[in-house]
Structures are given as structure tokens and as C-alpha cells.
Write a protein that binds this ligand. Structure first.
Ligand SMILES: *Cc1c(COP(=O)(O)O)cnc(C)c1O
Length: 398
């Protein structure tokens, strides 16, 4: 376990990472968040929780996911590139590591219903999946506009037995769905658990989600040791939307200061194009979705509408731990444009026979700028597979 006394990149006892984090929530939500805060660490530590969680990761999700040395890509970039294959998880991405953990948490807190919000539908599908598995009622709030745009994922959620409720206010997208889900939770504090899909939200969510995703770096360490004799790589590279796959990939390397932790944000059409989601490049400190973090905002503090070709990275903030990694210099923050990422997706496909998710392609897109040398080891977290992005990729196939 982490010791909170020494200088740490982990959350402190007040729910902060440096100046970032905390729980900025309406008073009506206090009982819900407080119940979770008081219980999450002891529940996670229970041997019966650990056993059930690890059994499901192994036999349901398909863990450990492979650490694959990409030989042709390594040759091209003249370094040693390893891909952490989260794309091979059940449901096609890392998100299920978290929803499995949270559904077990919900059961132990005696909850009978789960609510979630979703934008493109990926988190909604991962949540509906574990609710089906555990026979727990599932309500997913989704913007009316997103419901129209993401028909396959809406169908998946319904097939899994979830009720998809449209958010009809405002821009009818993710932030409106978030408001509706919050309202539902406030009105049903005793029997409902709210599953957040990334390392965002009020404390303890960022820490809880990072712990559930930390299995990624736990496996990386022994897998790299097995293949190279060394437990730590020189670089770990991951894309950042809210930051959960990156948080999981960085977790067990945070205190190894010689491991460079590289977070890749979505530059969209270009950082200065007005159509971007490169939060650290464009943002300033502020409060978003219950925590103090870095977010894209106007002079007077209005949240700026983000843009990225990839739905999973189309978010105006980052989790508070990432804000601290950026602020402290422990993390290296880079960005990739839509075009660069699509190119990187095609490159991986042709070099290695793996079609990545558009989100993950952002992490691959910065390989030429990394400066890694011949003897160094680079792990890229391949957060998901590209099946869901075929409609976008098809536009580039002539
Ligand atoms: C949702 C998603 C992301 C972005 O979320 P994080 O919390 O930043 O990890 C990245 N990759 C894939 C494949 C996703 O589905």
C-alpha cells in the first residue's frame, strides 16, 4: 500500500493531489459521496472483494491482457515498443476494469440500482454489461443528440437490459446527461450507486477509479520483467480523455521517477484551431464535475466546448491527478491532431495487424517525437480496439 506521509502523487487524506481534487458538490449529494468515501478503501481491501474482483478480471474480462512487443513498429521507430493490449478486454477497452470494480462496490454498499451517464456510449455499454452480469437494474442517461448519433451503442445497452433515458435539456449531450444522472442520484441516495467512467468527479471517485485501473501497470511490471529482465520501462505512453487508462498505466510507476510518463491529449483540428480538446495546452485551473482541476474555459470561466475526432477524448477537462502530474512536471503532456491520429491508426494496422481505437491512436501518433533510443523500452497503452471507429476509418479508405 502507498504511504501517504512521503511526497506522493497519490491522493491525500483530504482528497487532494497537490492543489487539485477535492469534492465540490451540492449539499444534497453529501450523504451519497460521504458514504462512498468512508467505505471504499476498506471494501477494496476485503479479501472477499479482492477474490471476486480478480476472478472476474481473469475469467470474464480476460486478464492479464498481453504485453506485446511490436517488432515492425520497433524497427521503424528504432526503439523497443511494447503494446499493452487493453483492446483485448471483454467489451473492447479498459473501461470494464473500472465498471467491474464499481459494481462489486455497489453490491457491498447494498445498492439495488446503478445510474451512469454516457456520451458516445462506451461507458454506458461497459456499465450495462456489468449490470447484466450482476442482475442489477441499470439506468443510463444520454443526451438526446448523442442517442441519435450513437445508435449501435444505444442498441447494445438496450440489448444488455439497460434503460437508456434521454437528456432533453441544453445542448442534449454529455453534460446534460451528467446533470440528469446527478439529479437521479440525489433523489435516490439509499438504493442507487452512480458509476463514473473516468478518473474525474468528486473525491473519492478519481482515486477509486485509478485503483481499479491500476491492474494495467501492475501487469506491465511483471510482464516487462519477464520479457526484458527489467521491471520498469523508460516511457509509458497513454492517451488522456478524462484520464482513466493513463492513470491505470502510470499508477505503479509514479514513484519511479526515471520512468517518463507521457500523456497524450487530443489536439482535434489543431491546438489553436478553436476545435481542440488539448486541455493542458489550452486550460486553466477551475472546478469541473465536482473537483478542482485544469479545464478549458473562457475568460469568465465558462466551459469551452471541446472537439476531437475521437468521442472518448472529447472532454474539456482532465482528472485532478493528471492536473497535478502536469503541474508538478512528473507527467509529460503532448498532443496529437485528428489527422495524425488517423494516420497512426492506419500505420499500426499495416505494421502489426491491429486496428486500434481512435483514442489509442493518439498515443501512437507521438512515437516519432518521443526521442526514445535504440536501447530504451517504450510501453504504449493500447486502450481499446477500433471496431467502434470503422465508420470514421472508412472515410479514409479510398
Ligand atoms: C473512453 C476511452 C478513452 C478515454 O477515457 P480515459 O478515461 O481517458 O481513459 C480512451 N480509450 C478508449 C478506447 C476509450 O473507450
Amino acid at each position: 500500500m502507498e504511504t501517504l506521509e512521503k511526497k506522493s502523487y497519490q491522493v491525500d487524506s483530504r482528497g487532494y493531489y497537490g492543489n487539485f481534487g477535492g469534492a465540490f458538490i451540492p449539499e444534497m449529494l453529501y450523504p451519497n459521496v460521504e458514504e462512498l468515501r468512508e467505505n471504499y478503501l476498506s471494501i477494496i481491501a476485503e479479501p472477499s472483494f479482492q477474490k471476486e474482483y480478480n476472478d472476474l478480471l481473469r475469467n470474464y474480462v480476460g486478464r492479464p491482457t498481453p504485453l506485446y512487443r511490436a517488432n515492425r513498429l520497433s524497427e521503424k521507430y528504432k526503439t523497443n515498443i511494447f503494446l499493452k493490449r487493453e483492446d483485448l478486454c471483454h467489451t473492447g477497452a479498459h473501461k470494464v476494469n473500472n465498471t467491474i470494480g464499481q459494481i462489486l462496490m455497489a453490491k457491498r454498499l447494498g445498492k439495488q440500482r446503478v445510474v451512469a451517464e454516457t456520451g458516445a456510449g462506451q461507458h454506458g455499454v461497459a456499465t450495462a454489461t456489468v449490470c447484466a452480469l450482476m442482475n442489477i437494474e441499470c439506468i443510463v442517461y444520454m443526451g438526446e443528440l448523442d442517442i441519435e448519433r450513437q445508435a449501435p451503442n444505444v442498441a447494445r445497452m438496450k440489448m444488455l437490459g439497460a434503460e437508456v433515458r434521454p437528456a432533453t435539456c441544453g445542448s442534449r449531450t454529455l453534460k446534460d446527461a451528467t446533470n440528469e444522472a446527478m439529479r437521479h442520484w440525489i433523489n435516490n441516495p439509499v438504493d442507487t450507486h452512480y458509476i463514473i467512467g473516468s478518473v474525474v468527479g468528486p473525491h473519492p471517485y478519481p482515486d477509486m477509479v485509478a485503483r481499479f485501473q491500476s491492474i494495467i501497470s501492475e501487469e506491465m511490471r511483471w510482464q516487462l520483467k519477464e520479457q526484458t529482465g527489467k521491471e520498469t520501462p523508460d516511457y509509458v505512453v497513454a492517451c488522456v480523455g478524462g484520464g482513466s487508462n493513463a492513470a491505470g498505466a502510470f499508477y505503479h510507476f509514479l514513484d519511479d521517477e526515471d520512468v517518463k510518463l507521457v500523456a497524450v491529449e487530443a489536439a482535434g483540428k489543431g491546438i489553436n484551431s478553436g476545435h481542440s480538446a488539448a486541455t493542458t495546452a489550452l486550460g486553466k485551473p477551475g472546478v469541473l464535475h465536482g473537483s478542482r482541476t485544469i479545464l478549458m474555459q473562457t475568460e469568465d470561466g465558462q466551459v469551452v466546448e471541446p472537439f476531437s475526432i475521437s468521442a472518448g477524448l472529447d472532454y474539456p477537462g482532465i482528472g485532478p491527478q493528471h492536473a497535478y502530474l502536469y503541474d508538478s512536471g512528473r507527467g509529460i503532456f503532448m498532443s496529437a491532431t485528428d489527422e495524425e491520429s488517423v494516420q497512426a491508426a492506419f500505420e499500426l494496422t499495416r505494421y502489426e495487424g491491429i486496428i486500434p481505437a481512435l483514442e489509442s491512436a493518439h498515443a501512437l501518433a507521438i512515437l516519432s517525437q518521443l526521442g526514445a533510443t535504440e536501447n530504451e523500452n517504450v510501453i504504449v497503452n493500447l486502450s481499446g480496439r477500433g471496431d467502434k471507429d470503422m465508420a470514421t476509418y472508412m472515410k479514409y479508405i479510398v
